[in-house]
Design a protein around this ligand. Sequence first.
Ligand SMILES: Cc1cc2nc3c(=O)[nH]c(=O)nc-3n(C[C@H](O)[C@H](O)[C@H](O)COP(=O)(O)OP(=O)(O)OC[C@H]3O[C@@H](n4cnc5c(N)ncnc54)[C@H](O)[C@@H]3O)c2cc1C
Length: 406
Amino acid sequence: MYSPSVGVTSTQTTEYGNRLFVYEVVGLSQNTDNDNLDYPIRRSGSVFITVPYKRMNQEMRRINRMGGRIVSIKPLNADTPLQVSSNPPKPQVVEPPQSNKQPTSKSMTETKEKATIPVNIYRPNNPYIGKCVENYPLVAEGGSGIVQHLTFDISGGDLHYVEGQSIGIIPPGTDDNGKPHKLRLYSIASTRHGDMKDDKTVSLCVRQLEYQHPESGETVYGVCSTYLCHLEAGADVAITGPVGKEMLLPDDEDATIIMLATGTGIAPFRAFLWRMFKEQHSDYKFKGLAWLIFGVPYTANILYKDDLEKMVEDYPENFRLTYAISREQQNKDGGRMYIQHRVAEHAAELWEKLQDPKTHLYMCGLKGMESGIEEGLSPFAQEQGVEWSDFVRKLKKEHRWHVEVY
Ligand SMILES: Cc1cc2nc3c(=O)[nH]c(=O)nc-3n(C[C@H](O)[C@H](O)[C@H](O)COP(=O)(O)OP(=O)(O)OC[C@H]3O[C@@H](n4cnc5c(N)ncnc54)[C@H](O)[C@@H]3O)c2cc1C
């Protein structure tokens, strides 16, 4: 069990960071003073270098600098070599959302060219070891819970991704059975170019899971989210992926992109909106309509609030922002304002937009959102004589219905 008041990151990172791995390296030549090797170099054949987990990336870069090639990596005392991170396995390639299958009725937003989407470049048995470069709070004073924006340096390997994908994080330490923790997935909150616009980082938006144990009543903190929310700049982090092709953004610059988010469900939409409005690209200039309906409990919980509102100011024709602030706003029946109430309020307009093959609907955030959206839209569909399930099936078939809930 974790408590945010204990030094979660320092002790566990150290314990994990001390796991030892053996690199088998060929072709090394020591030629700079900086390389300060503490192992002998043979002219031919392999050199075996023992490296603690926390220094794996650093050591790989040093070996590369010295012209060496890593031919295998083994955990110390393990028989099976891991795959080599400096020369990672060729990523599986999948095609983008609308072009991987031929829908019966083709969406107007089919990608013009078949771009390639990277998946599983790094797997759990061979994670990429990134470094935390930034970790700052997103919840303003008076808001509920802890939500952090984290950025990791991924410059030392081959990790790359596109908007709408997720990465896995393997928290350090072991579970109750003494086995290494399993990875947890997090939606990527940055564009493919990263927050520094240099293609060398990946960012996440993470909420610390906190709940009362149903039997003991004790407060329980989630393992990985607590680890991440308290991660210090400079700390190593084990990353897998990227994964996911459900939430990809169509290439069509004239598309209508309706985004429904609750809490950290904003993450992939931050990536979309940054690509549409904050970055400049020669091959993508968004001219369509993006509409974000964002559900949070309090105004202080509106993640990336200033950026979102600045985008509305700068692009009033192309970006629309609607909040559902459950603890501060009331729905028409006097109850709390949830996202489905906003959807119901705008049902006619949403319905009309969804008839256009250029419109995509995305949902990300809390499990159960999908039924909430159905609650908001299906009565309207019924009024039009359309069965809700048939309508959703049609949108799915056309690759215009994108859901990621957790
Ligand atoms: C595709 C995908 C994308 C995701 N993106 C994000 C993201 O962008 N940001 C983000 O913060 N999270 C995201 N998540 C969720 C994330 O993967 C983790 O599930 C989350 O951070 C909790 O992990 P943890 O290790 O902290 O919790 P754990 O220690 O794994 O605890 C989780 C477990 O606690 C128990 N539990 C949880 N709540 C309760 C409760 N109220 N009562 C009783 N038991 C409970 C359940 O058994 C649950 O399985 C995403 C998940 C998926 C699948």
